[in-house]
Design a protein around this ligand. Structure first.
Ligand SMILES: [Fe+2]
Length: 277
């Protein structure tokens, strides 16, 4: 096995592990790598839909997305599509997947199907390090507080992204849940800064102005480049990220004459998580 670190903060590219091997030992090995590096990548993986599903099931029951329907024959898989002429793509700002749910996703297994020749990298940021390096005054202020996470509704997930428009709109209503701003990782016991620019709307117990000010500072801190890694996709790469301890950002740098004019397709499977505490 070979492990190539992606940055000084998080992320690793792994080779020499067979993702089709669904033995307990192999899963343990992969999960240990995931807990250590928080996001791991495996290039040149010719796994089928069923093999991707079997891999994901090692982590627990799979999750349906509130707003987007899966593939007809494999409802567990949501196909993320950016059409050739689309500038926008799903996940194009800092976020944790579905943090607005009571039990947000534990981990995501994403397989790249079609990748543009340039553009569309994904960044990840390490929220354990973000907590450790956060300003002490802000830490004191927020450490026992909760924040509201909003789903933003189906319009955000479907109408803004034409490539996703073939999907059935299952639930149009926006909803929200509260989570602790600092959560404890259920497997490692580490503290994690658990808010994100896309879905976190307000700190409970502070007035809106103060909440906005503090959240702005936190969001800037989370995006500090020394907390991040950036991954340049190739087709048939399998990525696994720990959705509890990272935020991520799919860069929509599809500009005319450079990144625009190419399709980008990903197959996503999400695993059910715990309620943050
Ligand atoms: Fe995402």
């Amino acid at each position: 096995m070979e492990v190539k670190l992606l940055s000084g903060a998080l992320g690793a590219e792994i080779s020499g592990i067979d993702l089709k091997d669904s033995s307990k030992e192999n899963y343990k090995k992969i999960n240990n790598l995931l807990l250590e590096h928080k996001v791991i990548f495996f290039r040149n993986q010719d796994i089928t839909h069923n093999e991707q599903i079997a891999l994901a099931q090692n982590w627990g029951p799979l999750e349906n997305h509130a707003y987007v329907k899966g593939l007809n024959n494999h409802p567990e898989i949501v196909r993320i599509v950016k059409t050739k002429e689309e500038k926008n793509q799903w996940g194009e700002n800092w976020h944790t997947d579905v943090s607005y749910n009571i039990k947000p996703t534990k981990a995501v297994i994403l397989k790249s199907i079609k990748i543009p020749p340039v553009g569309g990298d994904t960044c990840f940021s390490n929220m354990e390090l973000a907590w450790e390096t956060l300003d002490e005054e802000i830490k004191k202020k927020i450490k026992d507080k909760k924040a509201i996470h909003s789903s933003l509704g189906a319009e955000f997930f479907i109408d803004n992204y034409k490539g996703m428009s073939g999907h059935e709109k299952r639930n149009y209503d926006e909803y929200s849940n509260e989570h602790p701003i600092v959560r404890t990782h259920p497997e490692t016991g580490k503290k994690i800064l658990y808010v994100n620019w896309t879905y976190t709307k307000q700190i409970i117990g502070l007035d809106k102005i103060e909440s906005d000010e503090i959240l702005k500072k936190i969001f800037e801190h989370q995006a500090r480049l020394d907390l991040t890694c950036r991954f340049n996709w190739t087709e048939n790469t399998v990525a696994i990220w720990d959705n509890r301890s990272v935020i991520h950002y799919a860069i929509a740098d599809f500009y005319p004459g450079r990144g625009l004019g190419h399709e980008r397709i990903m197959d996503r499977i999400a695993i059910e998580g715990d309620q943050p505490h």
